[in-house]
Design a protein around this ligand. Sequence first.
Ligand SMILES: [Zn+2]
Length: 80
Amino acid sequence: MGSINPPFQQGQLKPPPIRINLEELDRVKCESCQGEHFDIVWIIHKVPAMLSQTGKEALFPVTYFRCIDCYTVTKIINQS
Ligand SMILES: [Zn+2]
């Protein structure tokens, strides 16, 4: 028989753990009041049957971030 291939080693290319000091990072601020604290809110879109993969009307929930101080839903993060 031919030569024996060394066993394929998996998991050898893990990136090194990233060490981040969160205090040094810029924070997203509310466009309206410059607040830095946000709630997650869900907006549930209705997908019409025509556009749904199942052929039936479907619900498509999307998370948004809302400033807890002035209730503005920030558009900074929701760029899609
Ligand atoms: Zn705000």
